[in-house]
Design a protein around this ligand. Structure first.
Ligand SMILES: Nc1ncnc2c1ncn2[C@@H]1O[C@H](COP(=O)(O)O)[C@@H](O)[C@H]1OP(=O)(O)O
Ligand SMILES: [Mg+2]
Ligand SMILES: [Mg+2]
Ligand SMILES: [Mg+2]
Length: 376
């Protein structure tokens, strides 16, 4: 694989692989009481906390000066209640079980990254809280979503372990682990060969590797360089969210109709959508905002955006503006996401604009009817 950020690649790959083995174990054994509802009403499980503990422990040992912008924090694990005690004990056990595995030398892992030993509660809660950095425009920082698509994870669908390295607000390296994505194709969900790792390095391509660190030879054989194929507009299909609360799916349908898209949309949770897009699925990822005021988070798009760019795509918000990863923990005034191959991106943006204008006129019409009824 490509030379820039080689050590960062090795460390990030090791961290994401270990976190993926943890989430897979948890899914098979998740019990009632191991999921919390956060202040924003979204779920978080022991696996989200433990995966963040694992990845931040590895990053903190390999790159002690690098800040981390991570989704989770340990506040809910630190309160002195029986529920919190049980949750904390489970998170610590899960994270330590994975960190304690000996470094796998054929996969380039090293003991000095915090591997091969148990860390205990204080160190692991501290590691989770290393993710509280505020973000910003200057310098090096990592951004982490330990489980992206927690709702998908809980229902046994797609989810992703997502990590990116930003330098001066530009994504230089993106790693996405997808334990439930078929290794060979994103269309045959019945295959048993599940799990894929995606690595993008700016200027050096988008790559798919095996999720499990098999022998070096197998890794080389299974390594794929990813390219998005050229597709005519009517041959596209949209990749979109499963959750109606996350994206305006009815509007997507109107955009598809306007572009002459014939195929039904492919609904998938998490940044697995970016991975599917980069390896040729669908052709367009469309995420149009719903609730006024929801600000997209940088960890939800940083690695996926680089993966798509390096596979020949363009990514912007729904108005065509580039995503700005330098504003802090959120994407600020970037609303929605449109990712597509270069040749069709501008046409998709134009269709989105036209459909949103139509919807605004319809809404204004409905509101004026209501006003007229209330003030005859
Ligand atoms: N109200 C919301 N609107 C948009 N995205 C949201 C909202 N709440 C959570 N998310 C995040 O959207 C992403 C899932 O998107 P999708 O529906 O396309 O799979 C996740 O990162 C999820 O967070 P989380 O990482 O906690 O799962
Ligand atoms: Mg969440
Ligand atoms: Mg997320
Ligand atoms: Mg998450």
């Amino acid at each position: 694989m490509a030379a820039p950020f080689l050590l960062e690649q090795q460390v990030a790959i090791a961290a994401v692989r270990r976190a993926c083995s943890l989430t897979t174990t948890v899914f098979n054994k998740l019990v009632v009481g191991e999921t919390l509802v956060k202040g924003d009403k979204s779920p978080v499980t022991v696996a989200d906390f433990a995966a963040q503990a694992v990845i931040n422990t590895v990053l903190s040992h390999a790159f002690p000066d690098d800040p981390i912008v991570g989704e989770e924090d340990a506040a809910d694990l630190r309160t002195a209640t029986p529920e919190s005690d049980a949750l904390r004990a489970r998170v610590v056990e899960l994270a330590d079980d994975v960190l304690a595995q000996l470094p796998r030398e054929h996969a380039g892992e090293r003991a000095e990254w915090g591997l091969g030993r148990r860390w205990g509660s204080d160190a692991l809660l501290g590691a989770i809280d290393r993710g509280c950095h505020v973000g910003g425009r200057a310098g090096r920082m990592w951004t982490l979503d330990p489980i992206d698509g927690t709702k998908g994870f809980l229902r046994g669908g797609q989810y992703a372990v997502c990590l990116a390295l930003l330098v001066d607000a530009r994504v230089e390296l993106g790693i996405i682990g997808c334990p439930n994505l078929p290794a060979d194709t994103d269309t045959d969900a019945t295959t048993d060969d599940k799990g894929a790792l995606f690595v993008a390095v700016r200027g050096h391509g988008a790559h798919q590797l095996p999720l499990e660190p098999s022998t070096q030879q197998q890794q080389q054989q299974q390594h794929r360089l990813l390219h998005m194929p050229r597709l005519a507009l009517h041959d596209l299909s949209f990749l979109e969210s499963v959750e109606k609360a996350h994206a305006a799916l009815d509007t997507n349908a109107r955009v598809a109709a306007r572009l002459g898209v014939r195929a039904a949309p492919v609904r998938m949770d998490s940044q697995a959508k970016y991975a599917a897009l980069a390896r040729g699925g669908g052709g367009v990822y469309l995420r149009l905002p719903v609730a006024h005021g929801y600000q997209e988070k940088i960890w939800d798009h940083a690695p996926g955006s680089l993966l798509v760019e390096e596979a020949g795509g363009v990514i912007s918000d729904y108005r065509g503006r580039p995503l700005d990863f330098g504003l802090g923990r959120t994407l600020g005034e970037n609303f929605g996401v449109v990712a597509a191959r270069k040749e069709v991106h501008a046409e998709v943006i134009a269709a989105v604009g036209a459909v949103l204008a139509e919807e605004a006129v319809e809404k204004e019409g409905e509101e004026s009817v209501v006003r007229a009824m209330m003030n005859p």
